[in-house]
Every structure is written in structure tokens, then in C-alpha cells.
Design a protein around this ligand. Structure first.
Ligand code: 6PG
Length: 239
């Protein structure tokens, strides 16, 4: 767990880790499969990456970008996670179009969930159970203990072959496409980016395995191949 003085410093330090990981992959001529998250803290990271790596076209050849979850809206909808990444980052860098694997939020969810799963299976190496092994999955955390679009009450135990699911926001009913816990827990690296004092309670409950967290989807993030990383600002890390 790393606690930074502010959300901006958190984002800056995470961006440094992101750049280092891609450069390491590039040194081995390896493209990293990375699932981005929606939410306020990742958006700060996108801004920094656009400033820092906007000119470096070679850099982005080694990043294969996916989304951990997406709202079932058009890409130009203010709610779209892809849309936010496009405005803040993708529109400001030189990245091969084939390296961007967005969820087609504008398409019917039951159809898109299958298409997106096929895209992942086609491009991300899988293990012997045919579960994709992402190089890195970046996650946010909701005050209700949700992560990606896995909300409390969402079906979390899914068959191994289910790569992503159609979820529904509990308050708004908004349909979402989300990676399953199987896939999140199969990644080589999993990082939570969490900022804001409103998240301190849920962070404390999860990290300290308090009973309140037992039904939190985020508390079920327990990757087999790595230790979950927590990037927190002082507000969220005030445990
Ligand atoms: C989304 C995200 C979601 C987000 C959390 C935290 O699509 O909204 O994937 O899981 O990360 O809700 O969002 P904030 O960081 O903005 O509080």
C-alpha cells in the first residue's frame, strides 16, 4: 500500500510506474495488455501520460489498451470511460488504432459482451483454463465496495469461460460491461487507484478484512499471480 500526499502526486507516481512498465516491455519487444479503469483518479493519470508521453510514438506501440469496464453508452457520451480516455489521452498521443480495444458501448449489451470477450481472447494470452492473463488491470473503488462495474449483488462467481459480464448500476440501472473477477484475479499485476476521504472507510474495511467488506466485490480481488497494489492519497489512506 502506497499513500501519497495528494491525488495529484498519486497520479504522477502511478504514471511513472506506467511509463516504466511499458518501457520495460519495449526493452523486451513485448506489448503490454493493460485494462484501464474509469473514475476520477485514472483521469488524472491520463492527463499526465498525455503530457509526458504525447510525443513518444514508439512508446505507445508497446501498450495494448482495454477497459476493465464500460458504460453501455455511445463513445461520445459524457458517461463513457473510453470517451474520457479519448479526450484526455488517446486524442493526444500517437498510438496504433489496433492497440485500442474499446467496448462498443453503443451496441446492445448482450451482443457486445460476447464480442468484447472474443476480442480479449483473440489478443490476450490465456492460461490453461482459457482465462486471459492481462499484464495489468487498473481498478478504481466505489464507496459501496464496487470495482470495475462489479457492484455488490452482481453475480461474482462465474464459469471460467465467462470473460466479461453485463452488469447494472444498482442506483441508475445503467447497463455496463465489466471484466469478471476470474479475469481480474488472473492478471499479472492489479492496481487500485483510490483518492478522496470519502473512500477511507471502504479502503480500511477491505485492507483490514473487516466483516463489512465481506460482500464487497473489491474485497474479492485477490490475484493468484501478484499482490494487489493500493495507490492511495492521504484522504483515502487515512486508516
Ligand atoms: C467506472 C469505474 C468505477 C470507478 C469507481 C471509482 O466505470 O465508474 O470503473 O469502478 O473506478 O466508481 O470512481 P471514482 O474514482 O471516480 O470515485
Amino acid at each position: 500500500m502506497k499513500i501519497y500526499q495528494s491525488a495529484q502526486i498519486l497520479a504522477d507516481e502511478f504514471a511513472k510506474e506506467f511509463v516504466a512498465a511499458i518501457k520495460h516491455g519495449a526493452s523486451e519487444n513485448r506489448k503490454l495488455s493493460i485494462a484501464l479503469s474509469g473514475g476520477s483518479t485514472p483521469k488524472m493519470v491520463f492527463n499526465i501520460l498525455a503530457e509526458r508521453c504525447g510525443e513518444d510514438s514508439d512508446f505507445w506501440n508497446f501498450a495494448d489498451l482495454y477497459w476493465g469496464d464500460e458504460r453501455c453508452v455511445a463513445p461520445d457520451d459524457p458517461e463513457s470511460n473510453y470517451g474520457a480516455a479519448y479526450d484526455l489521452l488517446l486524442s493526444k498521443i500517437t498510438i496504433p488504432s489496433e492497440n485500442i480495444h474499446r467496448v462498443r458501448g453503443e451496441d446492445p449489451p448482450e451482443k457486445e459482451v460476447k464480442r468484447y470477450a472474443d476480442v480479449i481472447l483473440k489478443n490476450v494470452a490465456a492460461d490453461s483454463n482459457n482465462i486471459p492473463v492481462f499484464d495489468w488491470i487498473i481498478l478504481g473503488l466505489g464507496t459501496d465496495g464496487h470495482t470495475a462495474s462489479l457492484f455488490p449483488g452482481t453475480r461474482l462467481i462465474t464459469p471460467p469461460e465467462e470473460i466479461c459480464i453485463v452488469a447494472e448500476h444498482p442506483q441508475t440501472g445503467q447497463k455496463r460491461i465489466s471484466l469478471t473477477l476470474n479475469v481480474i484475479n488472473n492478471a499479472k499485476r492489479v492496481s487500485f487507484l483510490v483518492s478522496g476521504a470519502d473512500k477511507a472507510k471502504v479502503v480500511d474495511e477491505i485492507i483490514n478484512k473487516k466483516p463489512e467488506s465481506f460482500n464487497y466485490p473489491a474485497a474479492k480481488v485477490s490475484p493468484a499471480r501478484c499482490v494487489v497494489e493500493w495507490f492511495l492519497d492521504e484522504g483515502a489512506g487515512r486508516i
